[in-house]
Design a protein around this ligand. Structure first.
Ligand code: CP
Length: 360
């Protein structure tokens, strides 16, 4: 059984195949109108969402399938203490595929260890958001015509912004990618992503203090919201929330064909006046999210049918170390009764398999 838990669960060729399918869906909407007839998608959203949940719902409806699920864990038996593992085993009796969003990092990975139907990670804490990445890749492909040879500036909350983490992982597999990081000291990209993704893949990466100093170099400016819900200290959030605000004046030196992306929701980081600039691609990006999720649901269900006897990957027992604990309080392994899994990185660090936090 194939799942999508992390951007790198699918190869570059498979990503390209999903993007091609999305483009075919855009060009031939009727052809796919019954492609998932009789199939059911369960949307298990333990955390708020507008775009991801509703685009999954809309995607399945446009494929001729049906949707069930919850948008508030309080209305499900999760509120009585049911675990992720038990929940997906139950939902697998009702649905053919599951999209899960969870505030705890690694929860969709736990789900994949127990589910008999494909699991899609629809965002787990500050960790990853692979379907936003597919959305971003489709948008870049449609707007720029390529996924290679791009200079992309990531601006804002690069520490908690899961969409940034997933997109950097995905783009680092293409050639000619330059990454520029624009963030306050407190919200810098986690060092493991810089080391184990950018450096390992020879992606030139640099950190700068302002967007103005790099604006003229950028092919893509990827803005992000400062993630209020992830801060433990409200005062720190208040101090950092307006660190970077994009307005028409700051775009003065930008290339004519640069595009501005944002996973949304935005708060203050892009002024309303920027919306009228043709380079503002963030609402076009939202629509691409529906098409790429249609392609993903269609592909995962097709793979599941083609390989019906392939068992769901079980826990890799060589990674289990139940005498050790992950140091990340937001990790699912510190909230539910699961086996504790750690892998050793090339430089000898021990890293939690669920959330990728380094063992201190
Ligand atoms: N981009 C994104 O994940 O938006 P939602 O939180 O509204 O799903």
């Amino acid at each position: 059984m194939r799942h999508l838990i992390d951007t790198t669960d699918i190869s570059v060729a498979e990503v390209d195949q999903i993007l091609e399918t999305a483009l075919d869906i855009i060009a031939n909407r009727k052809k796919y109108s019954e492609a998932c007839k009789g199939k059911k998608l369960a949307t298990l959203f333990y955390e708020p969402s507008t775009r991801t949940r509703l685009s999954f719902t809309s995607a399945m409806m446009e494929l001729g399938g049906n949707v069930l699920g919850f948008s508030d864990a309080a209305s499900s038996s999760v509120s009585k203490g049911e675990t992720v593992a038990d929940t997906v085993r139950v939902i697998g009796c009702f649905a053919d595929i599951i999209a899960m969003r969870h505030s705890k990092e690694g929860a969709p990975l736990v789900a994949s260890h127990y589910s008999e139907v494909p699991i899609i990670n629809a965002g787990d804490g500050s960790h990853a958001h692979p379907t936003q990445t597919l959305t971003d890749l489709l948008t870049i492909r449609r707007e720029k015509g390529r996924l290679n040879d791009l200079t992309i500036g990531f601006c804002g909350d690069l520490k908690f912004g899961r969409t940034v983490h997933s997109l950097i992982k995905a783009l680092s597999r293409y050639t000619g990618i330059n990454v520029i990081l624009i963030a306050p000291e407190e919200l810098r990209l986690p060092s493991y992503i810089r080391r184990e993704v950018c450096d390992k893949n020879h992606v030139p990466t640099r950190e700068v203090a302002t967007m103005e100093e790099v604006m003229s170099e950028l092919d893509i400016l990827y803005m992000t919201r400062v993630q209020k819900e992830r801060f433990l200290d409200e005062e720190e959030f208040e101090r950092l929330k307006d660190s970077f605000i994009l307005n028409p004046e700051r775009l003065r030196t930008a290339k004519k064909d640069m595009i501005i992306l944002h996973p949304l929701p935005r708060v203050n980081e892009i002024t309303r006046a920027v919306d009228n600039d043709p380079r503002a691609a963030y609402f076009r990006q939202v629509e691409n999210g529906k098409f790429v999720r249609m392609a993903l649901i269609y592909t995962l269900l097709k793979w599941a049918e083609e390989r019906p006897t392939t068992p769901t990957p079980r826990l890799d027992t060589t990674l289990v170390n139940n005498s050790q604990r992950c140091s990340n309080r937001q990790c699912i392994s510190n909230c539910e009764d699961v086996d504790h899994l750690f892998r050793t990185t090339e430089n000898g660090d021990q890293r939690c398999v669920y959330c990728e936090a380094r063992v201190k």
